[in-house]
Design a protein around this ligand. Structure first.
Ligand SMILES: [Zn+2]
Length: 293
Protein backbone atom coordinates (compact mmCIF):
# COMPACT_ATOMS: atom_id res chain seq x y z
CA UNK A 1 0.00 0.00 0.00
CA UNK A 2 1.26 3.44 -0.89
CA UNK A 3 0.72 6.08 1.76
CA UNK A 4 1.85 9.68 1.67
CA UNK A 5 1.11 11.89 4.64
CA UNK A 6 -2.55 11.45 5.54
CA UNK A 7 -3.46 9.70 2.29
CA UNK A 8 -3.61 6.14 1.04
CA UNK A 9 -3.12 6.24 -2.77
CA UNK A 10 -4.41 3.83 -5.41
CA UNK A 11 -4.42 3.91 -9.20
CA UNK A 12 -7.86 3.86 -10.84
CA UNK A 13 -7.92 2.04 -14.18
CA UNK A 14 -10.79 3.63 -16.08
CA UNK A 15 -10.14 1.90 -19.40
CA UNK A 16 -8.22 2.32 -22.64
CA UNK A 17 -8.14 4.63 -25.61
CA UNK A 18 -6.11 4.69 -28.82
CA UNK A 19 -4.71 7.92 -30.23
CA UNK A 20 -2.64 8.60 -33.31
CA UNK A 21 1.01 7.73 -32.58
CA UNK A 22 2.30 10.65 -34.62
CA UNK A 23 0.12 13.10 -32.68
CA UNK A 24 1.30 11.59 -29.39
CA UNK A 25 5.00 12.06 -30.19
CA UNK A 26 5.13 15.30 -32.17
CA UNK A 27 8.45 15.67 -33.99
CA UNK A 28 9.82 12.27 -32.95
CA UNK A 29 9.97 9.93 -35.99
CA UNK A 30 7.91 6.75 -35.92
CA UNK A 31 10.93 4.38 -36.09
CA UNK A 32 11.90 5.68 -32.64
CA UNK A 33 8.54 5.73 -30.84
CA UNK A 34 7.18 2.51 -32.33
CA UNK A 35 9.76 0.47 -30.40
CA UNK A 36 8.11 1.27 -27.09
CA UNK A 37 4.61 2.10 -28.33
CA UNK A 38 3.70 -0.23 -31.22
CA UNK A 39 0.95 1.27 -33.42
CA UNK A 40 -2.05 -0.64 -34.80
CA UNK A 41 -3.01 -0.74 -38.51
CA UNK A 42 -4.53 2.75 -38.17
CA UNK A 43 -1.32 4.15 -36.63
CA UNK A 44 -2.93 4.39 -33.21
CA UNK A 45 -1.16 3.54 -29.96
CA UNK A 46 -2.75 2.13 -26.81
CA UNK A 47 -3.09 4.50 -23.88
CA UNK A 48 -4.38 4.01 -20.37
CA UNK A 49 -7.07 6.15 -18.78
CA UNK A 50 -5.70 6.15 -15.24
CA UNK A 51 -7.01 8.24 -12.41
CA UNK A 52 -5.80 8.47 -8.85
CA UNK A 53 -7.69 7.76 -5.63
CA UNK A 54 -6.64 9.46 -2.39
CA UNK A 55 -8.23 8.51 0.90
CA UNK A 56 -7.49 9.97 4.31
CA UNK A 57 -8.58 12.40 7.01
CA UNK A 58 -12.22 11.78 6.15
CA UNK A 59 -11.72 12.74 2.52
CA UNK A 60 -12.08 10.66 -0.63
CA UNK A 61 -10.51 12.38 -3.60
CA UNK A 62 -10.61 11.28 -7.27
CA UNK A 63 -8.12 12.83 -9.70
CA UNK A 64 -9.32 12.64 -13.34
CA UNK A 65 -11.89 10.09 -14.52
CA UNK A 66 -11.20 9.03 -18.12
CA UNK A 67 -13.90 9.20 -20.78
CA UNK A 68 -16.81 7.33 -19.16
CA UNK A 69 -19.51 6.81 -21.79
CA UNK A 70 -20.26 10.41 -22.63
CA UNK A 71 -18.49 10.32 -25.99
CA UNK A 72 -20.47 10.24 -29.26
CA UNK A 73 -20.37 6.82 -30.99
CA UNK A 74 -18.33 8.14 -33.90
CA UNK A 75 -15.55 9.34 -31.61
CA UNK A 76 -15.63 6.14 -29.56
CA UNK A 77 -14.88 4.25 -32.76
CA UNK A 78 -12.27 6.75 -33.94
CA UNK A 79 -10.39 6.49 -30.65
CA UNK A 80 -11.19 2.80 -29.96
CA UNK A 81 -12.58 3.77 -26.57
CA UNK A 82 -12.81 0.93 -24.07
CA UNK A 83 -14.33 2.71 -21.09
CA UNK A 84 -17.72 3.33 -19.56
CA UNK A 85 -19.51 5.10 -16.76
CA UNK A 86 -20.08 1.67 -15.24
CA UNK A 87 -16.35 1.04 -15.23
CA UNK A 88 -15.75 4.27 -13.30
CA UNK A 89 -18.21 3.11 -10.65
CA UNK A 90 -16.84 -0.45 -10.67
CA UNK A 91 -13.26 0.71 -10.31
CA UNK A 92 -14.15 2.75 -7.24
CA UNK A 93 -16.27 -0.14 -5.97
CA UNK A 94 -13.20 -2.36 -6.16
CA UNK A 95 -11.76 -0.10 -3.46
CA UNK A 96 -14.98 -0.13 -1.46
CA UNK A 97 -15.91 3.42 -2.46
CA UNK A 98 -19.41 4.44 -3.58
CA UNK A 99 -19.73 7.45 -5.89
CA UNK A 100 -21.79 9.36 -3.31
CA UNK A 101 -18.95 9.09 -0.78
CA UNK A 102 -16.42 10.95 -2.92
CA UNK A 103 -15.81 14.32 -1.24
CA UNK A 104 -13.53 15.99 -3.81
CA UNK A 105 -12.59 15.55 -7.43
CA UNK A 106 -9.71 17.23 -9.19
CA UNK A 107 -9.82 17.77 -12.96
CA UNK A 108 -6.24 18.28 -14.16
CA UNK A 109 -7.70 19.85 -17.29
CA UNK A 110 -10.91 19.57 -19.26
CA UNK A 111 -9.90 17.55 -22.33
CA UNK A 112 -12.55 14.88 -22.87
CA UNK A 113 -10.26 11.97 -21.99
CA UNK A 114 -9.75 13.39 -18.49
CA UNK A 115 -13.10 14.84 -17.57
CA UNK A 116 -15.90 12.98 -19.39
CA UNK A 117 -15.96 10.27 -16.72
CA UNK A 118 -17.11 12.90 -14.24
CA UNK A 119 -20.60 12.87 -15.80
CA UNK A 120 -23.01 10.90 -17.91
CA UNK A 121 -26.02 11.93 -19.94
CA UNK A 122 -29.35 10.31 -19.04
CA UNK A 123 -31.96 9.26 -21.63
CA UNK A 124 -33.32 12.78 -21.83
CA UNK A 125 -29.82 14.14 -22.44
CA UNK A 126 -29.62 15.72 -18.98
CA UNK A 127 -26.21 15.78 -17.33
CA UNK A 128 -25.79 13.52 -14.31
CA UNK A 129 -22.62 14.12 -12.30
CA UNK A 130 -20.80 10.89 -11.39
CA UNK A 131 -19.82 12.31 -7.99
CA UNK A 132 -22.78 14.53 -7.04
CA UNK A 133 -21.59 15.28 -3.50
CA UNK A 134 -18.01 16.16 -4.43
CA UNK A 135 -16.39 19.58 -4.58
CA UNK A 136 -14.91 19.78 -8.11
CA UNK A 137 -11.50 21.45 -8.30
CA UNK A 138 -11.15 22.96 -11.79
CA UNK A 139 -8.46 25.31 -13.05
CA UNK A 140 -9.95 28.75 -13.57
CA UNK A 141 -7.88 29.60 -16.63
CA UNK A 142 -8.47 26.14 -18.10
CA UNK A 143 -12.22 26.53 -17.73
CA UNK A 144 -12.16 29.87 -19.53
CA UNK A 145 -10.08 28.33 -22.30
CA UNK A 146 -12.31 25.23 -22.55
CA UNK A 147 -15.36 27.39 -23.18
CA UNK A 148 -13.55 29.32 -25.94
CA UNK A 149 -10.91 26.95 -27.31
CA UNK A 150 -8.74 27.46 -30.37
CA UNK A 151 -9.39 25.80 -33.72
CA UNK A 152 -6.50 23.45 -32.92
CA UNK A 153 -7.92 22.10 -29.69
CA UNK A 154 -11.69 22.57 -29.86
CA UNK A 155 -12.15 18.86 -30.73
CA UNK A 156 -10.72 18.05 -27.30
CA UNK A 157 -13.59 19.69 -25.40
CA UNK A 158 -17.23 18.72 -24.83
CA UNK A 159 -18.29 22.31 -24.30
CA UNK A 160 -22.06 21.92 -23.82
CA UNK A 161 -21.54 19.11 -21.32
CA UNK A 162 -18.90 21.09 -19.42
CA UNK A 163 -21.23 24.05 -19.09
CA UNK A 164 -23.95 21.75 -17.74
CA UNK A 165 -21.54 20.01 -15.36
CA UNK A 166 -20.35 23.20 -13.70
CA UNK A 167 -23.97 24.18 -13.10
CA UNK A 168 -24.74 20.78 -11.57
CA UNK A 169 -21.92 20.43 -9.01
CA UNK A 170 -20.08 22.53 -6.44
CA UNK A 171 -17.09 23.96 -8.28
CA UNK A 172 -13.96 25.30 -6.62
CA UNK A 173 -12.08 27.30 -9.25
CA UNK A 174 -8.32 27.08 -8.76
CA UNK A 175 -6.65 30.35 -9.67
CA UNK A 176 -3.25 29.99 -8.02
CA UNK A 177 -0.67 27.37 -7.18
CA UNK A 178 -0.61 26.14 -3.61
CA UNK A 179 -2.11 23.82 -1.03
CA UNK A 180 -5.63 22.67 -1.98
CA UNK A 181 -6.04 20.33 0.97
CA UNK A 182 -3.55 19.30 3.67
CA UNK A 183 -0.82 17.27 1.92
CA UNK A 184 -2.15 18.01 -1.58
CA UNK A 185 -0.90 20.97 -3.53
CA UNK A 186 -1.25 21.93 -7.16
CA UNK A 187 1.09 23.61 -9.57
CA UNK A 188 -0.03 25.27 -12.79
CA UNK A 189 1.37 24.77 -16.26
CA UNK A 190 0.37 26.09 -19.66
CA UNK A 191 2.37 24.30 -22.37
CA UNK A 192 -0.15 21.53 -23.04
CA UNK A 193 -3.18 23.72 -22.40
CA UNK A 194 -3.60 26.94 -20.38
CA UNK A 195 -4.06 26.55 -16.64
CA UNK A 196 -3.49 22.80 -16.40
CA UNK A 197 -3.28 21.60 -12.79
CA UNK A 198 -0.46 19.30 -11.67
CA UNK A 199 -1.41 17.71 -8.34
CA UNK A 200 1.44 16.89 -5.96
CA UNK A 201 0.83 14.71 -2.88
CA UNK A 202 3.51 15.34 -0.30
CA UNK A 203 4.76 14.63 3.18
CA UNK A 204 8.12 15.07 4.89
CA UNK A 205 9.12 11.57 3.73
CA UNK A 206 7.63 11.22 0.28
CA UNK A 207 6.26 13.14 -2.68
CA UNK A 208 4.23 11.96 -5.68
CA UNK A 209 3.43 14.06 -8.70
CA UNK A 210 0.72 13.33 -11.27
CA UNK A 211 1.75 15.38 -14.30
CA UNK A 212 -1.20 14.31 -16.46
CA UNK A 213 -0.61 15.49 -20.05
CA UNK A 214 2.57 17.38 -19.14
CA UNK A 215 4.20 13.89 -19.14
CA UNK A 216 1.46 11.50 -20.28
CA UNK A 217 3.54 8.29 -20.50
CA UNK A 218 6.98 7.07 -19.45
CA UNK A 219 8.09 7.57 -23.10
CA UNK A 220 7.44 11.30 -22.68
CA UNK A 221 9.98 11.56 -19.85
CA UNK A 222 12.54 12.19 -22.63
CA UNK A 223 12.52 15.93 -23.11
CA UNK A 224 12.11 15.92 -26.91
CA UNK A 225 9.08 13.63 -26.71
CA UNK A 226 6.26 16.15 -26.67
CA UNK A 227 2.80 15.78 -28.17
CA UNK A 228 1.44 17.33 -31.33
CA UNK A 229 -1.58 18.19 -29.17
CA UNK A 230 0.50 20.55 -26.99
CA UNK A 231 -0.48 24.13 -27.72
CA UNK A 232 2.93 25.57 -26.82
CA UNK A 233 5.59 22.88 -27.21
CA UNK A 234 8.61 24.95 -26.13
CA UNK A 235 6.82 26.18 -23.01
CA UNK A 236 5.84 22.60 -22.23
CA UNK A 237 9.41 21.44 -22.63
CA UNK A 238 10.61 24.02 -20.10
CA UNK A 239 7.81 23.16 -17.65
CA UNK A 240 8.53 19.45 -18.02
CA UNK A 241 12.27 19.95 -17.46
CA UNK A 242 11.50 21.95 -14.31
CA UNK A 243 9.13 19.37 -12.85
CA UNK A 244 11.22 16.31 -13.74
CA UNK A 245 14.38 18.04 -12.45
CA UNK A 246 12.81 18.43 -9.03
CA UNK A 247 11.37 14.90 -9.21
CA UNK A 248 14.82 13.48 -9.98
CA UNK A 249 16.74 15.54 -7.42
CA UNK A 250 14.25 14.98 -4.61
CA UNK A 251 13.35 11.34 -5.33
CA UNK A 252 9.66 11.93 -6.09
CA UNK A 253 7.34 9.24 -7.36
CA UNK A 254 5.71 10.02 -10.69
CA UNK A 255 2.31 8.57 -11.74
CA UNK A 256 1.60 8.50 -15.49
CA UNK A 257 -2.03 8.89 -16.50
CA UNK A 258 -1.78 7.45 -20.02
CA UNK A 259 1.06 4.92 -19.82
CA UNK A 260 -0.38 1.57 -20.98
CA UNK A 261 2.12 -0.50 -18.99
CA UNK A 262 3.86 1.42 -16.21
CA UNK A 263 1.79 3.52 -13.81
CA UNK A 264 4.48 4.58 -11.36
CA UNK A 265 8.23 5.24 -11.46
CA UNK A 266 10.93 7.47 -10.12
CA UNK A 267 12.84 9.84 -12.37
CA UNK A 268 16.62 9.96 -12.83
CA UNK A 269 18.83 12.38 -14.69
CA UNK A 270 20.62 10.88 -17.70
CA UNK A 271 23.16 13.09 -19.45
CA UNK A 272 21.16 16.26 -20.24
CA UNK A 273 17.90 14.39 -20.23
CA UNK A 274 15.70 12.24 -17.98
CA UNK A 275 14.86 8.55 -17.71
CA UNK A 276 12.65 6.37 -15.53
CA UNK A 277 13.80 4.12 -12.72
CA UNK A 278 12.10 1.38 -10.72
CA UNK A 279 13.49 0.68 -7.26
CA UNK A 280 12.72 -2.00 -4.69
CA UNK A 281 10.13 0.12 -2.93
CA UNK A 282 8.26 0.63 -6.19
CA UNK A 283 8.35 -3.04 -7.11
CA UNK A 284 7.17 -3.94 -3.61
CA UNK A 285 4.00 -1.99 -4.28
CA UNK A 286 3.02 -5.02 -6.29
CA UNK A 287 0.49 -5.86 -8.93
CA UNK A 288 -1.77 -2.91 -8.31
CA UNK A 289 0.85 -0.42 -9.39
CA UNK A 290 2.95 -2.68 -11.62
CA UNK A 291 0.63 -5.17 -13.28
CA UNK A 292 3.30 -6.69 -15.51
CA UNK A 293 6.02 -7.21 -12.88
ZN1 LIG B 1 -4.89 16.90 -22.59
Amino acid sequence: MLTIGPYCLDPLEFGRIRLDGGAMFGVVPRPLWQRTNPPDERNRIALALRGLLLRGEGKIIVVDAGVGDSMPAKQRELYAVEASHQQVLAELGRHGVAAEQVTHVLCTHLHFDHVAGFFRLDREGTIRPTFPSAVHFIGSEQLHHALEPTVRDRASYLRAELEALIQAVEVHLVKNEGELLPGLRVELCDGHTPGQLVPIVHSAERTLCYPSDLVPTTSHVRLAYTMGYDLWAQRLLEEKAGLLGRAADEGWLCCFEHDPVTPLTRIVRENDDFAIALDEELLALGKEWHPRT
